[in-house]
Design a binder for this molecule. Sequence first.
Ligand code: NDP
Length: 501
Amino acid sequence: MVDIPTPSLFYDGKPQTSSSTQTFQSIDPSTALPLTTITTSTPTDIDAAIASAARAFPTWSSTPAPSRARILLHAASLLRSRTPFLATLETLDTGKAYSETSAIDVATGADALEYFAHLVASSGLSGEATPLRPDAWVYTAKAPLGVCAALGAWNYPLQIALWKAAAGLAAGNTLVYKPSEVTPLHSSVLAALFAEAGLPPGVFNVVQGGGETGAYLAAHPGIAKVSFTGQVATGRKVAAAAGAGLKYVTMELGGKSALVVLADAEVEQAVDGAMMANFYSSGQVCTNGTRVFVPRRMKEAFEAALLRKMRFIRPGDLMDPATNFGPLVSRVHHEKVVGYIRHGIEVDRATLLHGGLGKLDLPDGVAEELKSGFWVRPTVFTDCTDDMRIVKEEIFGPVMSILTYDTVEEVVRRANDTTLGLAAGVFTKDLNLAHKVIAQLEAGITWINTWGESPAEMSVGGWKMSGVGVENGRRGIEAWVRNKSTLVDMAGEVATVFSKL
Ligand code: NDP
């Protein structure tokens, strides 16, 4: 395995000793055993990290974009070359299989660094010029915001940190990053890697701790913007705290997304999509398509194909390349997901097609300590109705709900009947219909005949209660800059009403 680094407070370009004696533990979700102990950052520590970021801002923000880009590209190349180490850390911390973290988590973070480095180096931060009259015009410029706070969720720790850092740093801001206390292992490793790539001290800083640490950052007068990824309930608190200081915000929040299988869809393809939308990362993906709408006449064929493919879900030793299903991230989250499965069986009374309560069968020969991990059985409910709690609320675990429908008009109305609007998608061979349905679905991230891919080129962000603003893509940079408009008048005289009596 790897030597597990102890995450620390990090500012002025190096690890710092916290002024606190309070600690918390990082736990291996696959065994429930502790990995390392982390010291919480105090308000004094956080003030010091913000002060470091403020000192670094004037120089970093005025560094030419191609020079900033060179450093970010160097960091991306270091990340790629250290994929085995970084992916192992993510696997230990999150419980996701190494087959996932090595293929996706590190690479998609490095992709974002490369994307935004190239974007800002090739005019991504340029403004516009608008002629007004022969002797006057308006030009605009984009300016970085200042010291920004980045608050991350536990499901894609390194990727979330890098998506925020890539756009934020490329635009010329400096950052103070707080990882989730559930998954902190990557945090100061990433800060050290940035320093090695040539990022000046103070440009990327890390503080450690739970909700209180995040709340302190969100309300701090030295913070110009809060970029938050997490639950809707937390997002509301963070946005309110940031709003009190009129800070910029980006909110990447939860979802309860609809995956719509249209009547002419290829059943096998739709089932593959539904499985990716529910069981990848053991269902701990914000864009999960957990409400699977299937035409009534296709229900039997869909469920038969799904049951056939459920046996391709392979829990086990997370470092085994064949393993594609891990435990849930923590004991607390395990209790929450199991509670929803129990509710689905006992209160909602949905039909349990697969999985349910009870121990997940791990393959013979796995290490004994894996049996104490936070595993849950991949679960499918069918005959679900829109009013069931398992259909209405985000579970954030491997729990699929199958709902049937009769008409396209009906399925669009029901898919939109939620306060959330993160993702949605359709499976069909009829591309005209696909576009018509997609145009009516109230969600910020949509797919046709696929599910889950979210490349750096694609701007992503939720509608309704699922978020504010976007990350990634060309629009992603706009969330990290403010506009300055300048009117230039060359007429030689100021247009004034005060020149005559
Ligand atoms: P949480 O909302 O619990 O936590 C998110 C971050 O906020 C953590 O760092 C957390 O710290 C911190 N935090 C907690 N309380 C406060 C507070 N009062 N003020 C400031 N910060 C606070 O989310 P989870 O970590 O449980 O993540 C899962 C959620 O994230 C799901 O709902 C999922 O849908 C969503 N998500 C959305 C994505 C998107 O792009 N839309 C992507 C990924 C996840 P700590 O963990 O240490 O308590």
